[in-house]
Design a protein around this ligand. Structure first.
Ligand SMILES: [Zn+2]
Length: 212
């Protein structure tokens, strides 16, 4: 007996409306897929679990789905969480200078990280030594045959010097920070809404592991 993850998206609405929508879907699957091990929502007991929906709004539907996959237990009530919809980015977010600067910074750092292997390989190839030794498998490899920074015999990263590794780690830390800053700014923009307006760009994600 297994279980499959079923996650569906619904536009922003009240909890009551969402519950009604889910109840109808459960009735339908009980009718179409049966009452036991249907692999559908009707395998999850009780009313929706909204406990996580007040804690945070996920930056994307993918992130929310991942969260549901990690936090839902088979047979338990379905989880309902909120995420920002990527299709419905408010104009405010599109025109925000700080947001686009932060995105550019994060992208630049990712490019630098992606470019490091190529730069190290080029440096080794233009260097004096014709052979490189791999400490991991004791192979000696002719530099002219190298196509990546990994040892062709054991696949261990073997061309990065200690300084290269430190530089890479520093870039990865910076990249993480930049991504977090970008997401914080995005949350800030999306959370500030004019009075009386519904949350723009927010969707519900409902789902869980359904016994099959
Ligand atoms: Zn090796």
């Amino acid at each position: 007996m297994g279980a499959q993850l079923i996650v569906r998206t619904h536009s922003n609405c009240s909890r009551g409306e969402l519950q009604t929508w889910v109840n109808k879907a459960k009735e339908r699957s009980a009718f179409e897929d049966g009452h036991s091990y249907s692999g559908e929502w009707n395998m999850c007991d009780g009313d929706l679990d909204f406990s996580f929906s007040e804690q945070k709004v996920f930056a994307s539907a993918d992130e929310a789905e991942e969260f549901i996959a990690d936090h839902h237990e088979k047979w338990e009530p379905l989880l309902a969480v909120k995420a920002y919809s990527s299709q419905d980015m408010p104009p405010k977010a599109q025109s925000d200078k700080l947001l686009s600067d932060l995105l550019k910074k994060a992208n630049d750092l990712n490019l630098q990280i992606a470019g490091m292997s190529g730069a190290v390989l080029a440096r080794v190839k233009s260097g004096k030594s014709k052979l490189k030794a791999c400490d991991h498998c004791d192979s000696r490899i002719s530099v002219s045959h190298l196509h990546s920074t990994r040892c062709p015999v054991c696949r261990t990263e073997f061309l990065f010097t200690e300084t290269d590794t430190k530089r890479l780690q520093a870039l990865e830390v910076k990249s993480k920070e930049a991504k977090a800053k970008y997401e914080a700014r995005l949350h800030q923009i999306l959370a500030s809404k004019p009075k009386g307006q519904t949350d723009r760009g927010i969707v519900w994600l409902v789902g869980g592991w359904c016994a099959s």
